[in-house]
Design a protein around this ligand. Sequence first.
Ligand code: U2F
Length: 550
Amino acid sequence: LKTLTLTHHVAALAFPFGTHAGPLLSLVLRLAATAPHVVFSFITTSKANTSLFSKSLPSSLPNVQAYDILDGLPKGFVPPRNHEVTIGFFLKAAPAYFKRALKDTEAATGLKIGCLVSDAFFWFLEDMAEEMKVPWVPVDHDRCLFMLRQTSFDRGLEPAYGLGFIDLSPSLPAHTATPYPRFVNIPTPISIFLIPGLVFAIWRALRSTDHHRSVSFSMSCQTKSPSEGYSALQACSDGSDVMEERLGSSDKGCNGYGVLGRTGDEEKSLDFLPGFSKVKIPDLPEGILGNSESTVGSLLYKMGQTLPKATAVAINSFEELEPEVVNLLKSRFQKFLNVGPFSLITSSPTPPLIKDDSGCLEWLDKHKPTSVAYISFGSVVAPPPHELAAFAQVLIETGFPFIWSFRGNIEDVLPKGFNKSGLNGKIVPWAPQVQVLGHASTGVFLTHCGWNSILESIVGGVPMICRPFFGDQKLNMNTIEAVWEIGVGIEGGVITKNGVIKALELTLKHKEGNEMREKIKVLKNLAQQAVASNGSSPQAFSTLVEIVTK
Ligand code: U2F
């Protein structure tokens, strides 16, 4: 560092869960390459830093320094399947950790911090930046969910739906197991070993207490095996008024969340919001409507209040993708800077491409154009075992060539005694996704609809089959299917053998798939124009550089 003439110091504060920190680091690396006189302190948990910096940081950028903070989890805490609890702990502790880190990095570099660049979740930095009298630039991922939340409040949609959250995991300290269903009063704290019958009883109680209103909630339980937990949670869903039910599981147990009841709002669309007229209320992510005390609900609410005050909000997207939404957000923010798609910007350093240790690209070379299905559910989602098993059955029976980015033991989801060498594809622990989607042989992407994956699929020109799970994913699917018409959901919303076969045939063999490919090509071209030298993204990036390095 000493050999460089560093005159400015910028702190970049990253959210350590999901694919948030990687894109922020990618942006910081671009900024650092453009402004070699600025030192960037990249602050996040040691776990996130270790994973990012071991594989990402080009040694040619010594003006980016990692700084570790703690994750805020209580001693001995075993993170449950429900990420919301873990995230809740981190967000509670983060303001104090970041404050300390800012001081420490100033001492280490001998330079006062001149700007805060951060994940958009860190609404509390607005105050800190004001105190420090420096600009604050949040980087958003889940495109404008907080704005939807604000607007739904304005439009009085909130009373129609309730969001509750019950975490019954025995690994939680009692106080974190407090349920917050909006309309239902459950004695607190609940900290018990959950048995399947009890889950069912609670579900019933919730329904009978307020079956005229919508009550959505999540619950998790730890059972001896995922399948036991599954039957418990599935039992919950056999009521006629269950609108939706989603389940997830792990070795330690399983969790699920659902939306109960109907109020007549389910067909209501968000036509009062430009760009969202095709979105129906049930497509909204949990936390947008309802309880302000849930981690996600209050986070979105606070973001809605603070982000418009930020010096600028940056996002991994490009203006031409959603002009109406972009205009709406431009009217709400001081500056709204679309500086992506990151995966397409090659002129600046991005984290190096993931190594193709499993030979995916070479394998793709041997296949016909648009013939291969690529499957990945991102970095957080673990689809339930029965869906994975149904999907494995599809691959066995149809013989569609595939690459499956799969975490876990594949033998667990294959039929007993089945030899995986009989499959016409590759199962890999981590794929070079950007390149796989950019390969001519890839014909369709089965995705959980994470924002980064969607952008990468657009850039690769690959239509999507959508199986969303939580957060922004369902809203993203709705945009893919109804607005851009570049993909399909699976019939019934979950992976079933027939549903997936239908979707695969539609996208890989029928004219609908080709039509989607044509439409996605248009978006791909727009993305390419956006990143061209005089395009909208480099222009937005210049503005960002100006703000950050001033
Ligand atoms: C959370 O999403 P995820 O982190 O699960 O998923 P994505 O946003 O789609 O990002 C996944 C990234 O991981 C890469 C892939 C994407 O850049 O290229 N990847 C890979 O390189 N190889 C693999 O085998 C598998 C993935 C959240 F769950 C979503 O709802 C949000 O939209 C998202 C962004 O905030 O974060």
